[in-house]
Ligand binder design. Structure first.
Ligand code: ADP
Ligand code: MG
Length: 509
């Protein structure tokens, strides 16, 4: 019979069954099969395990043969209203098991026919598309260990969103996303494009690179993002300056209290403090001067509505900017954008946060001034059309609440036990088999979980249309020779060293 790959044997229930596999080359783990159920008709199941055992085929004699046994877990079938149903009666041993056709798989899994195309369903030619609105408005996270393809996948999603003109703001601590202006020229990847049905493409017309004023890369940017430094809170100032002298802190609270009610600048705080008679004021003034000197703030501030515009992706390249400045910048711009979004002064869009553990650390893993704002956007953003894409290689160190607020969860290879635990806690409905799967995922392969999908799916993420630049940590793992050559190249160009690697030391991972 056409498409028959096996036969149910032994005990079968309505939710799972085991089956003899006729040809081990035809059935692999993760494959989709279908079985006839007398009451429900064709029901789809997924192969979750394949075992080979040997069995004596001739009584009394020493003749053995391998037998392949598959275990399948039932997904179900769509009823006439499109609702997925699982049968209530068991499958019948002896019933044939067939390969499921693509259309049936798409239908049963709840894959979209339009939307954000992220790759192919593992071992199938089926394009996985995710619902654009749900992905953007209800947040999305990408979690995996370094080198497994997080930033690459994030880039794939950004390409798709740029093509749909979704406004994007990309917080880019390693300056990885500027290369998306150019088409992909990686030879291996170009070869795979046909498989995924795509063509190389650069997004130079959509992407604008901004840097903070104290960035070492202002010359390479399209613009400098100047913040106005208005109404800094005492806590923000402590974070920025590391001021921990309690008398000086008390003076700052006092000065800010005196200024409350009006918009105030750092200069206003300074003149307020200058008027105070207390020895600690000099420590405080020193700290405040540091803020002024950092050049982060400017009375001629950049209007923030440039950060979220239809058909535009702004990459905020923060390479070489100290972590506490990065956190403050993120806190300020995200806070303002959220306010502007509520007043409809900027369109709905998405903020991408790379290295999210640095901006929304889990309790016990450091503090960041950006935490409250990002938490608020995670819990309320969807009401106002402001989505987050949270990316991190340390799931255990990212605020758990934020992860569980993400409707679309993209999990790539994770092996660290603490991170695995965090994924188990933050991602609903993972079975222990799926957790084992996560530990084994090859680079560029992702498990995608979302309420729109009937169950987590494994996706081979498509290649990028645009150029991907690897973050420094991955590049640094090249051979010693490669390193030597790089160093040589540097001294020839008279560069002092790799400011990116210095930066990595400050910020980790
Ligand atoms: N879907 C993919 N297709 C092809 N290559 C990929 C894919 N995903 C990742 N890679 C390769 O793996 C490397 C590491 O991916 P990257 O996204 O930079 O890792 P990280 O998880 O550390 O952000 C990339 O430079 C690229 O060469
Ligand atoms: Mg990365």
């Amino acid at each position: 019979m056409k498409g028959v790959v096996g036969r149910i044997y032994g005990e079968a229930s309505s939710t799972e069954f085991t089956f003899f596999i006729f040809n081990p080359r035809e059935v692999k783990r993760t494959d989709y099969v279908k079985v006839w159920n007398d009451i429900d008709g064709w029901v789809v199941a997924q192969v979750v395990d394949v075992k080979a055992t040997s069995e004596s085929v001739a009584e009394g004699r020493n003749v053995e043969k391998e037998v392949y046994i598959g275990k399948a877990v039932v997904i179900g079938k769509r009823d006439e209203n499109g609702v997925l149903r699982t049968p209530k009666t068991p499958f019948v041993p002896g019933e044939n098991v067939f390969k499921a056709e693509e259309e049936l798989i798409i239908d049963v899994l709840g894959l979209e026919r339009e939307g954000v195309y992220i790759g192919l369903l593992e071992d199938h030619d089926i394009k996985v598309r995710l619902d654009t609105n749900s992905l953007v408005q209800k947040h999305c996270c990408i979690l995996a260990k370094t080198g497994s393809g997080k930033s690459y996948t994030a880039g794939v999603i950004m390409e798709e969103l740029m093509e749909k003109d979704v406004p994007l703001l990309i917080i880019d601590p390693h300056g990885e996303y500027a290369t998306m202006k150019e088409p992909n020229r990686n030879r291996d990847e170009l070869e795979k494009m046909e498989l995924f049905g795509i063509k190389p493409k650069g997004y130079g017309d959509k992407i604008r690179i901004y840097v903070p004023p104290n960035s070492p890369f202002t010359d390479r940017a399209d613009g400098v993002l100047k913040l106005d430094g208005k109404n800094l809170s005492a806590e923000e100032i402590f974070e920025l300056t590391g001021l921990n002298n309690s008398s000086a802190q008390a003076l700052l609270y006092q000065a800010i209290k005196n200024l409350k009610g009006t918009d105030y600048t750092i200069e206003d705080i300074i003149s307020e403090v200058e008027g105070i008679k207390h020895n600690a004021k000099w420590t405080l003034l020193g700290a405040l001067e540091k803020i002024v000197e950092s050049g982060l703030f400017d009375s001629d501030a950049t209007p923030l509505d440039i950060l979220l515009r239809r058909g535009r992706a702004v990459v905020l390249d923060m390479r070489g900017v100290p972590p506490e400045h990065q956190q403050l910048i993120v806190s300020r711009i995200c806070g303002r954008l959220f306010e502007m979004r509520k007043r409809n002064e900027v369109p709905a869009g998405m903020i991408v946060i790379e290295e999210a553990h640095n901006f929304i650390p889990e309790r016990g893993f450091g503090k960041a001034i950006s935490t409250p704002v990002l938490r608020t956007i995670a819990s309320e953003g969807r009401k106002f059309g402001l989505g987050l894409m949270v990316i991190s290689q340390r799931p255990a160190r990212v605020d758990k609440n934020v992860i569980s607020q993400c409707n679309t969860q993209i999990i790539m290879r994770v092996t660290n036990p603490n991170d695995i635990n965090a994924v188990k806690k933050g991602v609903e409905g993972l079975t222990s088999e799926m957790v084992d799967e996560i530990k084994r995922l090859p680079p560029g392969t992702a498990m995608v979980v979302s309420p729109e999908l009937e169950k987590p799916i494994i996706v081979r993420v498509r290649v990028r249309k645009s150029m991907h630049s690897q973050a420094v940590g991955v590049v640094e793992k090249t051979s010693k020779l490669g390193k030597l050559e790089k160093r040589k190249g540097k001294s020839e160009r008279g560069e002092k060293g790799d400011s990116r690697s210095i930066f990595r030391k400050m910020f980790g991972g």
